[in-house]
Design a protein around this ligand. Structure first.
Ligand SMILES: CC(C)(COP(=O)(O)OP(=O)(O)OC[C@H]1O[C@@H](n2cnc3c(N)ncnc32)[C@H](O)[C@@H]1OP(=O)(O)O)[C@@H](O)C(=O)NCCC(=O)NCCS
Length: 209
């Protein structure tokens, strides 16, 4: 037994090297993931400045895995994260300079309107966590919802069918269908009729913006 221990003791340097190698591989993997994420971010930034909706949408679908119906439009300047986790239904319109964060999963229905600079965030940090943990939760925007300019939607929120979020509102909780909300935090200020029948997207957009 003693002899076996002595033999093992001789090889502690092997264990130390093995541990160091494992740590190096883990760091390299993390760096490679960050590098890939950085490249995707940069590529999407440049892509969203290309003045052609068709070019942008084809590349978003084929190269980045974003599921967007051909009748919907994403206008220039929008920031897209984790596009392969985003789905956009028919006849919807995503305005200029919005943020679509797919990291926690993002589903946008039919005939939805996002005005300019709307932010949909599906990831956040846990302020109570000593290590700044990350929390993700999906956002769902149902058919005919309208999110007005500069509205911010937080992780885990569902915006009900036909609901309206007023300009500059911060939505922290689910919004019931056909309700209009405003303010910070968003609260109901009115209702909307239920006979909505319009279409957005490519029907009323100009191809180069
Ligand atoms: C959502 C919106 C359409 C609501 O319009 P509305 O139903 O006519 O509402 P009202 O103007 O009657 O306002 C009702 C109440 O909500 C308040 N309110 C309206 N918009 C608000 C907002 N963005 N933030 C905070 N409060 C708001 C009003 O002050 C009013 O309060 P009061 O009853 O105490 O006076 C409008 O407020 C809005 O945000 N428009 C977006 C504009 C925009 O983004 N345009 C660009 C894309 S097209």
């Amino acid at each position: 037994m003693q002899q076996a221990r002595a033999t093992l003791g001789k090889y502690t340097w092997v264990k130390t090297i093995a541990r160091a190698c494992r740590a190096a591989v883990a760091t390299l993997r993390k760096k490679a993931k960050q590098f890939k994420g950085g490249l995707e971010f940069l590529a999407l930034r440049y892509l969203m400045q290309v003045p052609s909706q068709n070019v942008r949408h084809v590349i978003l679908r084929k190269c980045f895995g974003l599921l967007i119906d051909p009748t919907s439009v994403i206008y220039m300047g929008t920031e897209i994260r984790s596009p392969s986790r985003i789905r956009i239904g028919a006849n919807s319109s995503i305005g200029h300079n919005c943020v679509l964060d797919g990291r926690g999963g993002l589903e946008i229905g039919k005939c939805v309107n996002l005005s300019s600079e709307v932010m949909l965030w599906t990831m956040q940090h846990n302020p109570q966590s000593p290590v700044f943990d990350v929390k993700v939760a999906a956002i769902v925007v149902e058919d005919y919802a309208w999110l007005s300019a500069r509205a911010i939607i937080l992780p885990g929120v569902t915006i009900g069918e036909g609901a309206v979020v007023a300009a500059g509102a911060v939505v922290t909780k689910p919004v019931e269908p056909y309700v209009i909300v405003a303010g910070i935090p968003a609260h109901p200020i009115g209702e909307r009729p239920r006979n909505l029948s319009y279409r957005l997207g490519t029907d009323d957009s100009i191809w180069f913006v």
